[in-house]
Design a protein around this ligand. Sequence first.
Ligand code: GUN
Length: 297
Amino acid sequence: MARLIDGRAAAAALRERVARGSAAWAAERGRPPHLEVVLVGEQPASLAYVASKARRAREVGQTAAVRRLPATIGTEPLVALIAELNQRTEVDGILVQLPLPVQVDTPAVLAAIDPAKDVDGFHPINAGRLAQARDPLTEELLIPCTPLGCLMLLRDTLGESGLTGRRAVVLGRSTIVGRPLAALLLAADCTVTVVHSRSHDPAGECRRAEILVAAVGRPGLVGRDWVAPGAVVLDVGINRVALPDGTSRLVGDVAFDEVAETAAAISPVPGGVGPMTVACLLHNTLLAARRRAAGGS
Ligand code: GUN
């Protein structure tokens, strides 16, 4: 049986470190690090994520405000709000919850965020810095939260040098997870393959992986025959599936029960990567506050 990768415990340890850092920063600067979360519309999943981000920020001694905007909003007023948040010196981090409604130009909104306050790491400047980084963690870049959480879990599981030379397969090429994670794993000296919907033999590619990260949003796609015995498997998928009795439950992209029989280690859903995403957001908010105080851009 695979070892369980406990994202809840890892996230609690990271939040503990961020709480200490936030308290020290507040003592020095006279105020805690401050996060602004922008939520457009009322999607239940987004509402839940945003509430949990703001609550966790406050738990670690940061301050957080949620700005709720109507689902009918256009690109211009959204960009104007971001321009205002960029100007305000007491705002350290800005996060715009995705997805945005179809009428909004998402790349334009993300590009409007001051890169120094971009705690999601989605601004093209921060994406470019990550793409070119030799050592993204010591360079203190603002790295997208889910990939950063994945890297931390892999380092916990395999040891700091345990990633070197490993065949890593990233399933999914989104700008939120797949692409930045591929850049991070490459910087960690893995041999990286990105598998996507047009790949000819996704199962065969995944079977070659020593490290497999599934991030496609397809419930249970990765079955036993997709995973080499002894692989380390991270499941980024968070899919709500309906059950016959009318209730629903969260499942990942990996068929957990069957893959857990042969993998060396596996992260569950829920309780795996998800909690690390939020903890990494708090880490990035503290990092943005520190960097801005030191005059960084
Ligand atoms: N929607 C799904 N994941 C994320 C994320 O990491 N950040 C933001 N802003 N929106 C998301």
